[in-house]
Design a protein around this ligand. Structure first.
Ligand SMILES: Cc1cc2nc3c(=O)[nH]c(=O)nc-3n(C[C@H](O)[C@H](O)[C@H](O)COP(=O)(O)OP(=O)(O)OC[C@H]3O[C@@H](n4cnc5c(N)ncnc54)[C@H](O)[C@@H]3O)c2cc1C
Length: 453
């Protein structure tokens, strides 16, 4: 059944190979690859800037991310690979160097060594080599022999090998920071696949002007290859006929327009895709799957201004002994130009005890207590709040919990989902969103030729 069509007597009309709804990192990676391969590509973005949750803006003189900070897998990141494949010029980026991370465990701080890091941290957490061997052997087997099922949470899986809370807290800190979830929400199998996806990859990188540098580069590739990226253009409807997507209807500068496209790629999350295409066009089973599976991950995100850097290295400090397991960093240790002269940024990120049911006010109070415990000199150093954001709902950490994503294909022909509700297994957050865009671009290139070829 087709969704009800809007009246379109005065509607502008266009035709293209590919329409992409939303200019998030998933949409732009797909768009850059397709435009570079000769497909006429139009990206439609309802906001005044491109990039969604994967860019940076200037706010009160500071460089601030809209959500995401870094290319998690550095030069092995799907975003970096995309830039290379489309011939974009090299972007100046920095990593943390050594140590990449530090962990506060039971009040003491330990560096993440370059080799044998996990064994070392488990060992200082438990002081019990038998316990460390048990956990390391189980992890080794899970990574090389039999991946645990997704039916068991990582926390329950780990309980089989240790009840040591300090060890659990090390994993919880990593899972919260990387996935915006808790260890009892993350499927064990997916945690192991995520660990494997990091194996042998280079460490994270942050561009000079934040992720805006990446978004600008991808946008440029699309435009240089005959495509368009239109801002302030909201898609209102995906027109479906006979089980196939035919066109989209969008509003731009107060006018409605219809763009006929061979393929529509939606970067706005599986639930919104269904809404725009019309519920009646999807099978009961698909609707049930999306409704049951797709739930957003959550992050409490804080940026503070200080007069001095509150950490003395540019990597991440994980505090595993705080009320919430928080990750802290001072981005201005890496890029001083992200703050006005003489000022620094302190970034803190934590996940509520349950991402499904929490009181934001209570979580905020807990976060502030953790801040004061970790940085007792915060006020003396001129510490003040720059920005406090609770990433959830329609602007979440990820649209689908890790391990709960839907496939990129939809039951509607020539309609695909990309983004962090359609991440491939094992690929996390923005890198997973980018990888979904790459997968969809490849699938389209295998199936459909650009016009005139
Ligand atoms: C605090 C925080 C830190 C993070 N850090 C990292 C990190 O360091 N590295 C990393 O890889 N990931 C990180 N992530 C996750 C990352 O930000 C997201 O996974 C990623 O940005 C999601 O991209 P996406 O492709 O799903 O698109 P989105 O960012 O969701 O973009 C979708 C776009 O579609 C537009 N849109 C919506 N509806 C319409 C419509 N009807 N018409 C037109 N346009 C529309 C929106 O305006 C938006 O711009 C972090 C997330 C949070 C919250």
């Amino acid at each position: 059944m087709a969704a009800a069509r809007l009246p379109h007597s005065k509607m502008g009309k266009m035709k293209t190979d590919i329409v992409i709804i939303g200019s998030g990192i998933g949409g732009l990676c797909a768009g850059a690859l397709l435009a570079h391969s000769g497909y006429k590509t139009i990206v439609l973005e309802r906001m005044p800037i491109a990039g969604g949750r994967y860019t940076s803006v200037k706010y009160k003189g500071y460089t601030v991310p809209t959500a995401s900070w870094m290319l998690l897998y550095g030069k092995d990141d799907p975003v970096y690979k995309t830039l290379q494949e489309v011939g974009a010029p090299e972007i100046e980026m920095r990593g943390a160097g050594t140590p990449m991370a530090r962990y506060r465990i039971s009040g003491n701080i330990y560096d993440w060594p370059e080799k044998g890091a996990l064994r070392y941290l488990l060992s200082v957490a438990s002081h019990d080599e038998d316990e460390v061997n048990r956990v390391m052997t189980a992890l080794g087997q899970a990574m090389s022999e039999e991946t645990p099922s997704n039916e068991i949470s990582f926390r329950d899986w780990l309980f089989q090998y240790t009840r040591n809370e300090a060890i659990h807290s090390i994993f919880q800190a990593q899972i919260a920071t990387w996935c915006g979830m808790n260890a009892d929400e993350l499927p064990a199998g997916e945690f192991i696949r995520a660990l494997l996806s990091f194996r042998g990859k280079s460490d994270f990188r942050i561009p000079k002007n934040g992720l805006k540098d990446i978004i600008d580069a991808l946008e440029k590739v699309i435009k240089e290859n005959g495509g368009e990226v239109w801002k302030l253009t909201a898609v209102k409807q995906i027109v479906v006929q006979d089980g196939e997507s035919r066109s989209i209807i969008a509003e731009r500068n107060g006018n409605e327009m219809e763009i006929e496209a061979s393929v529509v790629i939606s970067n706005i999350g599986p639930k919104k895709t269904i809404e725009l295409a019309g519920v009646g066009n999807f099978s009961e089973s698909y609707l049930r799957e999306v409704n049951e599976k797709v739930r957003p991950s959550v992050g409490m995100d804080y940026l503070f201004i200080t007069d001095k850097p509150l950490l003395d290295f540019p990597g991440t400090l994980y505090t595993t002994d705080t009320r919430r397991k928080v990750s802290w960093s001072v981005p201005t240790m890496m890029w001083p130009e992200h703050a006005p002269n003489g000022k620094h940024l302190l970034h803190g990120f934590a996940v509520p005890r349950s991402t499904l049911d929490y009181d934001p006010k209570e979580e905020h109070d807990i976060f502030m207590q953790d801040l004061m415990d970790v940085f007792p000199d915060f006020k003396k150093c001129g510490g003040q709040l720059l920005l406090r954001r609770n990433f959830c709902g329609e602007w979440p950490c990820t649209r689908a919990w890790q391990g709960y994503d839907v496939t990129q294909e939809t039951p509607i022909e020539n309609l695909y989902n990309v983004g962090d509700g359609a991440k491939p297994e094992g690929w996390i957050v923005g890198s997973g969103a980018a990888e979904s865009g790459r997968i969809v671009a490849r699938k389209i290139m295998e199936r459909i030729k650009p016009w005139g070829r």
